[in-house]
Write a protein that binds this ligand. Sequence first.
Ligand code: HEC
Ligand code: HEC
Length: 204
Amino acid sequence: MKRSTVLQAALLTCGLSFSVASLAGVASASVASGAMLAHTCAGCHGTNGVSQGPATPTIAGSDYDYLVASMIEYKRGKRGSTIMTRIAKGYGHTEIKAMARFFADQEYVLADQTYDAAAAKRGKKLHKEYCINCHVEDGATLDEDEDAALLGGQWRPYLTYTCDDYKTDKRGMSKKMRKKYDLMQKEAGDQSIFDLLEFYASQK
Ligand code: HEC
Ligand code: HEC
């Protein structure tokens, strides 16, 4: 949807409040535009960003700065993707911020997935040792100081593709995360990623 169309629609919706109190009208227009833009994402990311498809991540309740940064990386072709680069190119920064605000404000719903209990138990230990500083608690909660991603309850197939992209450098990661991520594989072996992802899948 073009930005002008969205604004027009938002103005129509808020027409009454505009004539009564222009300030209130402006406020609801900006809220409406984030929500309206986000409708185009629902076909893949689910209603309000709660994904029902395992290869598509849930974006409801994600960190605002992380969402903005992800869209900009896709837009610039800096983050490997099957589809998101094409989609992100269609949006300007203001629209990206409005959508990020909308999705960040939605409630995070953990995906209901099957998992291997023994691997998940090993994964939990690994998480506590290597990842918990930034992906706080069990990785399903956001910390105000870290613009980190939600891992606990995120779709496992999506996280598997993501870790493949990290491995082949189709997606970069911060130096600090790289340090822990590499250290874990060095100390705990290749199996460690599998175990960790089973732990994240075990949360529902
Ligand atoms: C045609 C399906 C499709 C549509 C439409 C779509 N997405 Fe995506 N999105 C994906 C897939 C699949 C991924 C995983 C990366 C990839 O392969 O492109 C993804 C990844 C993302 C991520 C990364 C999440 C994370 O945890 O790192 C964000 C943010 C995102 N999409 C935002 C959006 C927004 C905002 C819209 C609407 C403007 C949107 N997407 C529309 C399929 C879609
Ligand atoms: C120093 C902080 C830090 C540490 C330690 C860390 N991460 Fe991260 N992680 C981040 C941040 C910030 C992001 C989001 C920005 C990005 O893509 O780099 C992220 C993103 C991710 C993502 C992408 C999620 C998505 O939705 O696409 C995965 C997977 C991930 N981390 C796994 C791990 C694992 C596994 C460990 C432990 C071995 C770990 N991280 C340790 C900070 C950290």
